[in-house]
Design a protein around this ligand. Structure first.
Ligand SMILES: [Mn+2]
Length: 273
């Protein structure tokens, strides 16, 4: 069954980002629980910032699951990416993500590699850079497998990475790896910029999709932009997707309204058939 989630960010450095909730974690969880979300997706400064037992208790109290954990703080706070030309920095990026994988795995939640994938930097060779990405994903994919979770790799739009921008290019890259444990994140906002046809791309790459980010064309809550959601929802249902659809959207006009808009959209498209 497809599950709903809402993003909660606890990283001051990315405060202008597309996260629905910003209040303290407990308040965000109470709101998510009251609105009927199935889970929360969490962005923390690192894997050590939260007490897992307290988080477990709070999740239970609000009848929520941990949908996924983001790793973006590794880039924003520490400047780490898997494609840094400096091997020491790549090593640090791998250990940062590795710790997030272990943290998430305690809750059966996968870690997401978004901005930590980095870029082919000016003056660097694309093939060489992709070999660094492959090396990182092989190690981290296996690490995640040993902890019983998938690893999630997110194609981003062209303004955020020059590595892979579409599901198909991401899927082809994943298929070139030895590890079978890395799945794609289908982010509807990035896809709105990069895909010829969002629904068709979901259908064609369905077996690789392990997580979905739910945001409209302008990265506001679904319903507040111009993405044609009917066909996209049909595609998500017809690949028998059973993971989380997580609102990584701007808190527009405010967090509560964005959360309400999101849960209404989720129910409209995924609970009425
Ligand atoms: Mn995303």
């Amino acid at each position: 069954m497809i599950k709903s989630a809402v993003t909660v960010a606890l990283v001051p450095q990315i405060k202008s980002g597309p996260w629905i909730f910003w209040e303290n974690l407990r308040q965000a969880m109470a709101k998510a629980g009251n609105l009927g979300f199935d889970g929360i997706e969490l962005f923390t400064p690192d894997a050590q910032g939260l007490d897992p037992e307290e988080l477990e208790a709070a999740l239970q109290m609000h009848d929520l699951k941990l949908a996924a954990v983001g790793t973006g703080a590794g880039k924003v706070i520490h400047g780490l990416t898997l494609t840094d030309p400096d091997p020491e920095n790549r090593k640090k990026a791998i250990s940062f993500i590795s710790a997030m994988i272990s943290f998430g795995a305690r809750f059966d939640a996968p870690a997401i590699i978004g901005s930590m994938q980095g870029n082919v930097l000016v003056g660097n060779d694309r093939e060489l850079t992709l070999s660094w990405l492959a090396e990182g994903l092989e190690i981290l994919g296996e690490k995640a497998e040993s902890e019983g979770v998938f690893l999630i790799y997110e194609p981003l739009n062209r303004y955020e990475t020059n590595l892979f921008n579409t599901l198909k290019s991401g899927a082809d890259f994943l298929e070139s790896l030895t590890t079978q444990n890395v799945k794609l994140l289908a982010d509807l906002f990035h896809m709105n910029i990069e895909e010829e046809d969002i629904a068709r791309s979901i259908l064609e790459n369905g077996k690789h999709i392990g997580h979905i980010h739910f945001a409209d064309s302008n990265r506001r809550a679904i319903g507040l932009g111009h993405t044609e959601m009917e066909s996209v929802a049909e595609a998500i249902k017809s690949i028998n997707y059973g993971g989380f659809i997580s609102a990584e959207a701007f808190p527009y006009p405010d967090p509560d309204a964005a959360a309400i808009e999101t849960i209404h959209a989720f129910k409209k498209y995924f609970r009425n058939s």
